[in-house]
Design a protein around this ligand. Sequence first.
Ligand SMILES: [Mg+2]
Length: 385
Amino acid sequence: MSKRGREEEFSRSCIAFDIDGVFKYGREWSKDGHKALEKVTKAGMPFVFVTNGGGGLTEAAYGSSMTTKIAGAANADKPTVIGPERMVLSYTPWKTMLANDLADSRVLLIGDPREKVLEVAHSYGLTYATHYQDYAIKNDTINPFRAAKAGGTSHTAVAVASAKESFSGKAKAGTPGRAASPAAEVPFAAILVMCDPYEWYEAHQAAVDVLCSPTPLSLEYDAHAPPMPIHFSNPDVLWKSEHPFPRFGQGAFKLALRALYTERLRFLRVPAETIDERIAAFKQWGKPTESTFRFLEARLRELSPKPGPVKAERFYMVGDNPTSDIEGARRANIHHRKDGTTTWQGVLVRTGVYKEGDETNGAASVCDGVAEAVDYILQREATFS
Ligand SMILES: [Mg+2]
């Protein structure tokens, strides 16, 4: 390369911040978050927030709420405005990495609250997303317990109004409508598990039906259809809520779904190797997956629009979880082993799940909190300039 070419090369350094256990602890927000962001902004370093949560909020809604909370915790007059481009929620990568291919296809959408996840799906251009609860309400035999629950009765035959009684107008108020004609059924192309569903039974039953057949109202099992793509946004089996001990998360929903789907296929006498193939089509997103870290890199590059060839790219992942945040950085380094340009450093903080003495999983540094983590990164970066 010519001397001139070398002069045009530049180094890029960016930060991805985890949220829970870093900027907030339960419902408390860190007093140091505001100052940490001010320092990063002043240094001109691109940054994003990345979480395995999202709760069905849009990136704009989440970012706007973070802006207020972080500034509020520090009593700051001038908040650091966090726009939607800085928010990487568990399902955010789907907008660019998935939604184009599914824009006109029918997808089964799993997650709650219903209105919010539908809003997110529509904002991604998924025009034909069918929410699992709407699907079960429209086709009222999918979930035999829904009508019983709504009517405060039992699902046993003796308690449920027969079809004949229903037709004579004796059906209870709130009984969902009749099933759509299977002949009119539009095939499903994919299942998206956007966040935790409130109705596990209904979500599991609907998902297994669609996994077995793209037209599950008319065909129980379609041996000729390719494995139905199913995407999960968050791998965490457990998460910390206000309860003293961890609660089941989306990773637990996936474990249960895999077990139920496997049993359902065995019942249909599907060969073991076909079952394995179908289960292998399950696609995981979120930290520490490669898909999410590739997306983080792309987004951080977009936020540092400096032209010219890159000499070195140093990405930092600041998080409290060695098996999620730091593991993601570790895997990203394995991915980039051969390119010699891109490196990730995991920076662990002591304000969340990591406790002194735990395995750090190769973190470059362990810091007391987010302010110290930012100081560590800025000091390290100073050694490169
Ligand atoms: Mg965390």
